[in-house]
Design a protein around this ligand. Structure first.
Ligand SMILES: Cc1cc2nc3c(=O)[nH]c(=O)nc-3n(C[C@H](O)[C@H](O)[C@H](O)COP(=O)(O)O)c2cc1C
Length: 172
C-alpha cells in the first residue's frame, strides 16, 4: 500500500500533447534486431505485446529506418519507407493498442554509424566529416572476436562520407 502511494504519479494517467497514457511507465527504445530485410515479424510483435499487456503506458520501438536500407545500421532493424513494411507495423500497433498501451516509433537515419551504407557502397550522410583524432584506446577493451564482428558488419569496407547539403536535409 505504501509503495502504491509512493508511485501514485508514476501510475496515474499522463498526457503527451493531445494523447493520454494510462500511466507514465515508458519502455525506452531498445533495438531487437529481429526483422528480416526490414520487415517486422511475430517474434518482435509478441515481445512488445507482452510489455503492453504488463501495463506499460507507452512503448517506444527500437531505431527504425526512415529510408531503409539507406541510413540503416542493420538489415534487421524495422524499415518505415516502403509499403511492404505496413503489414508488420500495423500488426505491431494493433497488438500494443489491444492492451491500452500507446506505440511510439523511433524514426531514425543513423548518419555516421549507418553501417549498411558502407556495406552497400554508399557514402555515410554526415553533418561534417568525423574527426578521428580523438582517443580510441578504449577499443582495446574489446576482444579480437568482438573487433572482428564489428568489422564484419561492413564486410570489411572502409567508410566514406558525404556532408549533408540543404537538399539532403530536405529529403531526409
Ligand atoms: C539493448 C539495447 C538497445 C538499445 N537500442 C536503442 C535504440 O534503438 N534507440 C535508442 O535511442 N536507444 C537505445 N538504447 C538506449 C536505451 O533506450 C537507454 O539505455 C534507455 O533509454 C535508458 O536510458 P539511460 O541509459 O540514459 O539510463 C538501447 C539500449 C539497450 C540496452
Amino acid at each position: 500500500m505504501a509503495r502504491t502511494k509512493t508511485l501514485r504519479h508514476l501510475l496515474a494517467p499522463g498526457r503527451i500533447g493531445p494523447m493520454t497514457l494510462s500511466n507514465r511507465v515508458v519502455l525506452p527504445a531498445m533495438d531487437m534486431n529481429a526483422c528480416v530485410d526490414g520487415e517486422l515479424h511475430q517474434t518482435e510483435i509478441d515481445h512488445y505485446a507482452a510489455r503492453a499487456a504488463g501495463g506499460t503506458g507507452m512503448i517506444i520501438t527500437g531505431a527504425s529506418a526512415i529510408a531503409f536500407p539507406v541510413g540503416a545500421t542493420s538489415l534487421k532493424e524495422p524499415g518505415l519507407s516502403d509499403d511492404r513494411f505496413i503489414p508488420g507495423l500495423k500488426a505491431l500497433a494493433d497488438a500494443v493498442h489491444a492492451s491500452g498501451s500507446k506505440l511510439c516509433v523511433q524514426s531514425t537515419h543513423h548518419g555516421k554509424v549507418a553501417r549498411i551504407d558502407t556495406l552497400q557502397g554508399r557514402p555515410l550522410l554526415v553533418p561534417s566529416e568525423p574527426d578521428f583524432s580523438y582517443d580510441m584506446s578504449a577499443m582495446a577493451d574489446n576482444s579480437k572476436d568482438e573487433l572482428m564482428k564489428m568489422g564484419a558488419v561492413t564486410g570489411g569496407k572502409k567508410a566514406s562520407y558525404h556532408e549533408a547539403t540543404a537538399e539532403d536535409i530536405a529529403w531526409l
